[in-house]
Design a protein around this ligand. Sequence first.
Ligand code: FEO
Length: 392
Amino acid sequence: MKARKIKEHIYWMGSVDWDSRLFDSLIPLPDGTSYNAYFIEGSEKTVLLDTVDPPMAQEFMEQLEGITKIDYIVSQHAEQDHSGTILQVLEKYPDAKLISTPKAKGMLIDLLKIPEEFFIAVEDGETLSLGDKTLKFIYTPWVHWPETMVTYLEEDKILFSCDFFGSHIATTDLLVTDEGRVYEAAKRYFAEIMMPFRNVIKKNLEKLASYEIEMIAPGHGQIFPHPALIIDAYRDWTLGTPRNTVVLPHVSMHESTKRMVDHFVAALVDQGVQVEPFNLAVTDIGKLAMALVDAATIVVGTPTVLAGPHPYAAYAAFLANALRPNTKFLSVIGSYGWGGKTVETLAGMIPNLKVEVLAPVLCKGVPSGDAYKALDDLAAAIAQKHKEHSFT
Ligand code: FEO
């Protein structure tokens, strides 16, 4: 794709990645993604904000062919999907200076072996004049690594945000057209890479609140011509209270745990609690992560296998622990054959979750009356807890 004009003297560059289905060899990308860079022509100086993932380098370098001079490259985030082509750009424009936070400078030297003499490390709030345009660099750590910053173009009131406010969508529409689609993709993206840092992100949102922002141009996905959509969503995801929802990742081997899960889903519905079950044998973990953003309770359904939880259930617990959702309650249900340490093993895997553990329901073999009654009691206890905390 060619460079595309956003406003006078401001261009989108980069690459739309239609085919990728996995990011960081972990995160599902059902809609592909894009790697967005931006080029700004001031009356005196020019600047390139970020680059692209190295596999997209050729397309990106072709976009640069008509550009004779780049004075500055801004690296807002050291991760290679944005920084990985900087060295090639510096080879083409050896007089360019590379602007980053001091922390990003160290990381870029470590990760890409960029020679130190190219760098200008900027302070939080420092400005750079391009002549008739002014860039302001604002530190916003942990979106999504510790070194990240965003860039505010003062005259045009555009916030260039790199990973912050991004979404994984491949499309030919440069600006947001389908708000529902973007909201869902942005929530999935938030869950997968931002949620663990939501307390810092809250502070970043507060820091940006004093800026008049007319457009947000992220490093992935579409540009927001109406930034309230994504800013309000981030406020909700970072500040909001959990909802009256149980996320139920589960797996079954011989149907016993599945029967318990089915009964438990119905019991929760009877109690007025929303449930999002995920069969771990087939589920998209991005959907599971998204559900964790605002669920009050997690219940893991697992058989006991080889004396512990099923490996898929262990994977879900490990993922939840890494993503650190704002979940308040947790329990385990499942069937076992003769014994094991399923609950102890799972409980030991979630030290990051500040949850109250509710009494698990484990039954030997096929569930029957007592097990079903215990599941009804667990559903009632969860409903009561949610009510006490006014989760709606
Ligand atoms: Fe899009 Fe953290 O890289």
